[in-house]
Design a protein around this ligand. Sequence first.
Ligand SMILES: NC(=O)c1ccc[n+]([C@@H]2O[C@H](COP(=O)([O-])OP(=O)(O)OC[C@H]3O[C@@H](n4cnc5c(N)ncnc54)[C@H](OP(=O)(O)O)[C@@H]3O)[C@@H](O)[C@H]2O)c1
Length: 380
Amino acid sequence: MIQPLVVLGATGSIGRQTLDVARRLGVDVYALAARRGSDELAALADDWPDAQIIASAPTGEERAALDRLGARVGFGHEAMEAVASAPGKTVVNGVVGAAGLRSSVAALEAGNRLALANKESLVAGGPVVLAALERGGGMLLPVDSEHSALFQCLIGESASTVRRLVLTASGGPFRGWSTPELEQVTPAQALAHPTWNMGKRITVDSATLFNKGLEVIEAHYLFDIPYEQIDVAVHPQSIVHSLVEFIDGSLKAHVGEPDMRVPIQYAVTYPDRAPGPLAPFDFSNRALSFDSPDRAAFPALDLAYQAGKVGRSAPAVLNAADEVAVHAFLDGRLGFLGIPEVVERTLDSVPVVDLETVEDVVEVDQQARSVAHSLLGGAC
Ligand SMILES: NC(=O)c1ccc[n+]([C@@H]2O[C@H](COP(=O)([O-])OP(=O)(O)OC[C@H]3O[C@@H](n4cnc5c(N)ncnc54)[C@H](OP(=O)(O)O)[C@@H]3O)[C@@H](O)[C@H]2O)c1
């Protein structure tokens, strides 16, 4: 039986696709959470009349507008953590940014199944999330299509036979561009992803290759594998979602049309499978190509490897600085190539510490944001 769902980030790209999965499979929805008390959240409250509704950071006006929901509505991050830790639930975390960490930890500590799209939980707070998983005895299932692919390729295999994990990357809209060309990139160009339709931050991160870097760190924590055994291959068609190479030279790949409802559904139904949304795969006239990433033109990838290898709080700093820099780029206050520059300079400035609690991560996150803001001239 599929457990009732708690959908965090319900108004976003992952959240809406999760609700599509819930509708098709006839799964109950226990709670829906977002940041604002937006019209979109209010509309979802009407579509799902039995669900609790949480706005984690609404304005006074937004809060007043949701008050009509009476006892069904809750406010603040504590309310979001409370629904994430309600017993016997599958929590789909589709919040964007490090703001998703507390709820991931709450879900795992309560022994719930966490279907994790919010990669920032693991990037910023990997050791804290894994400790919560161990303490609570919950289940951690990846939603990111690459990690879902790797998870499925690894089923039935022994860790000692894995030579490397290969994450595929579409290469984003600027694949093949030179550094002088990248200097001119506008937010509108960066938001036009060739194969995936996603939220703004992940779309810009896909264009810089930061997203792939965050995914490398996510894979390190999810699969407990050294960075030296995690590789990236550019695959513009986004049909091969990732691969595992074994010591005998065999490669196992996970293949399918790019549609996030497939990995979301698998995380919800695992270990079972249910009929999905896609038509049978069409093999006519398909060409698949692979290449190495251009690490000089897209320095974000190596920055993420470096921060991952330093470990401890460095990935949290990387993530926080990137969140600030992407925001500034979208606002027109920073050029495209300024994003990795701000991240690198923030990494150089913030001391590396151990992370044991959520509060440790929050402190580092805030420190990194403040450094990144000051590098931007305090303008954001
Ligand atoms: N989209 C994809 O295809 C995809 C694929 C793989 C992984 N992911 C990962 O999934 C996550 C979500 O991505 P997305 O593309 O769905 O983002 P998105 O479309 O921008 O949606 C973000 C969601 O998070 C909510 N949110 C933001 N801050 C919050 C807070 N402090 N408390 C509660 N909710 C908050 C937003 O609520 P408001 O609407 O109120 O702001 C919105 O519902 C990211 O970590 C991304 O890397 C996404």
